[in-house]
Design a protein around this ligand. Structure first.
Ligand code: ZN
Length: 236
């Protein structure tokens, strides 16, 4: 008996510009996982980063339950926008269906990050949004960091909760009740930055509240700060 023929590789994984984009994205996503560790956002194997592969209908995402030290570019998993694996040897993250849902419903999003970072997840455990009481929050989030509903893990319900909560918000971060943080960005690096800034804000606002009442920023100041940061800040 002759062996069954190998499955035809997905068109994005054959040689050519799409295959090059997949290769670059695998490297970028592997490197960004190290940022989660470096910034103290993850414990053990929790947390994940994904990125849309530019010019394709593919995403690259972390494999499920693999130690951060072992997250090489080769270990990354390539999936289509239904969350089905089309490249890589390992099973994708258990959050893959939710990441795929976000990419399908938010075409401007090029990267998604999920963490259980400590202070932000404490707000999620209380079911409380983080109020906008710092200029850095106005800059990055354009207002409070909203709280979304609880959703079961494994399907696309978390993705639905993220999309529903972020629609109509400027914030690239959402706290999911009793669970943790999801952030989105134009790139995966932007989404990682939002996850870092979310944890920083969650910590500072928590500490501030221990000492007394929080002072909200006026909405017009939040608008002005957000506009300045998004349009003028940094190197242009
Ligand atoms: Zn989680």
């Amino acid at each position: 008996m002759s062996p069954a023929p190998a499955a035809e590789p997905h068109q994005g994984l054959r040689a050519g510009p799409a295959a090059d984009a997949v290769r670059l994205t695998r490297h970028a996503v592997a490197d960004l996982h190290a940022e989660l560790v470096r910034n103290g956002l993850v414990a053990w194997t929790s947390g994940n980063v994904s990125a849309r592969v530019p010019g394709t209908d593919l995403i690259v995402i972390k494999p499920s339950g693999v130690a951060y030290d072992d997250l090489t570019a080769e270990a990354m998993v390539v999936c289509d926008l239904t969350g089905a694996r089309v490249g890589g040897q390992l099973s994708p993250s258990s959050d893959t269906a939710s990441h795929a849902y976000i990419y399908r419903h938010m075409p401007h999003v090029g990267g998604v990050v999920h963490t259980h970072s400590r202070y932000a997840t404490a707000w999620a455990a209380r079911g409380e949004p983080i109020p906008c009481v710092l200029t850095a929050m106005a800059d990055e989030f354009g207002g409070e960091i909203p709280i979304g509903p609880f959703a079961p893990i494994g399907g696309e319900e978390i993705g639905q909760a993220v999309v529903a909560t972020l629609s109509g918000h400027r914030s690239p971060a959402v706290l999911l009740r009793n669970h943790g943080v999801f952030t989105v960005g134009a790139t995966a690096r932007d989404a990682v930055k939002a996850a870092v800034m979310c944890e920083d804000a969650a910590c500072t606002v928590h500490l501030a509240r221990l000492g007394g009442q929080l002072t909200p920023l006026p909405p017009d100041q939040i608008d002005a700060l957000y506009r300045r940061y998004q349009d003028e800040y940094g190197q242009r």
